[in-house]
Design a protein. Structure first.
Length: 395
């Protein structure tokens, strides 16, 4: 740049223009940063007409600015830097919701206090800020209304709870590949949810298939939300689950579905004991149990175990068990055949009396029928009638 000469100076004097050298800023980098942060707060106030406020319902930027403003008010050196710029009177205010005094106003620390850890210091690049679409999805999940015809759905929830309690149904983690479909049950926010209806599918803005649902919750409320919203909510909920319906796959099978986990084996045994009572009813006397290990290994020393009537046994049938609570299932089977439990006392090898609890006077074909009803989910409505040697519906 050319320097001014004396003639130039004289000309500028005549024009009333004072020629001064460029001033070098005397502010430190920290002071520049403090001022820049305060100016962001001022722009917020100009845009919204009020100082930034605290609160979990507030936007993350507003919460950040509110914490930063508290620090500027409370730290004397910071206050002195921005006070000459405070034409809006922000430093005179006081927010009772302030989070307290800290020794610095580093954005990373402020973000950490707000529960946003590991993010860039630049608040304009926060990855945790929800988009408008995400906010709409959250609102859809939260907005529920009273279900006027809930009495029509109450028996369904009661039946599902019975099947869950008995072990006939299980809950599985809702994974990304899991589907939403009408007639299925899920658990969201600790409540059972039933997809009662689904409208015609359509393609959303992201090019994905979506559909409007009618979802009934077990607390008597309902929500008309999008399928994608429900999917995302179930995925993000740490306790989000899908309830496996009987039609979703066999509880007992030789082959498991993709992702199923083997949890045990149901076995049916016949005793080779020469005990008079056992010998008289050998064809209909069966032990029904559940084990996690190998059945053959489990019964290898049956003749030494009073549970097996101190005699060798024959394995009549086995059913591999997937995704079901084996203790509940075993209790259910024993309840169904409780009226036919064998009343016998066996002494162990030390002469101590033992009363086995897993032997039942039940024909094999009735056991097979019970297994089928476990598969189709109707077993909770039946018990065994010794008089007719058949399963009958319970009262």
């Amino acid at each position: 740049m050319a320097k001014f000469t004396e003639d130039d100076d004289a000309l500028l004097d005549e024009l009333g223009v004072e020629a001064e050298p460029n001033k070098v800023s005397s502010r430190t980098p920290r002071e520049e940063r403090i001022i820049a942060g305060f100016e962001e707060i001022q722009r917020f106030v100009e845009q919204h007409g009020c100082p930034p406020q605290h609160g979990e319902d507030r936007d993350i930027f507003e919460r950040l600015y509110a914490v930063r403003l508290d620090r500027l008010r409370e730290l004397a050196d910071c206050r002195a830097v921005v006070e000459p710029l405070d034409h809006q009177g922000l430093l005179a205010g006081d927010d009772p919701g302030a989070a307290g005094v800290v020794d610095a106003i580093d954005d990373d620390e402020l973000l950490a206090q707000l529960g946003v850890g590991g993010e860039p210091a630049d608040v304009t690049t926060l990855r945790h800020v929800r988009s408008a679409a995400e906010k709409r999805e959250a609102e859809e999940i939260a907005n529920r209304q009273k279900c006027d015809d809930f009495d029509d759905f109450r028996p369904l929830f009661e039946q599902i709870q019975k099947q869950l309690s008995s072990g006939l149904l299980q809950t599985r983690r809702f994974e990304r590949k899991s589907e939403i479909a009408p007639g299925r049950y899920y658990i969201l926010g600790g409540q059972k949810a039933y997809v009662a209806a689904m409208e015609d599918p359509f393609t959303n803005e992201q090019g994905k298939v979506d559909a409007r649902l009618r979802v009934i919750f077990d607390n008597g409320t309902e929500s008309n939300l999008l399928m994608r919203s429900l999917q995302k909510a179930l995925q993000q909920d740490p306790a989000g689950r899908r309830i496996v319906e009987p039609s979703a796959g066999p509880l007992f099978a030789d082959q498991n579905e993709d992702g199923d986990e083997a949890t045990g084996i149901v076995y049916v045994l016949r005793s080779k004991s020469d005990h008079p009572t056992v010998a008289a009813h050998r064809d209909v006397l069966h032990k029904i149990g559940v084990t996690r290990g190998d059945v053959a290994r489990r019964v290898a020393n049956a003749r030494l175990d009073p549970t097996f009537l101190m005699a060798d046994v024959e394995i009549v049938a086995t059913y591999e068990l997937y995704n079901i609570n084996q203790v509940r299932l075993e209790n259910l089977i024993h309840r169904i055949f409780g009226a036919a439990r064998l009343d016998i006392e066996i002494k162990d090898r030390f002469g101590l009396p033992i009363i086995p609890r897993e032997w039942f006077l039940v024909p094999r074909f009735v056991i097979d029928e019970a297994i089928e009803k476990i598969r189709d989910g109707t077993i909770t409505s039946y018990i065994y009638d010794p008089k007719t040697a058949s399963l009958v519906q319970s009262a």
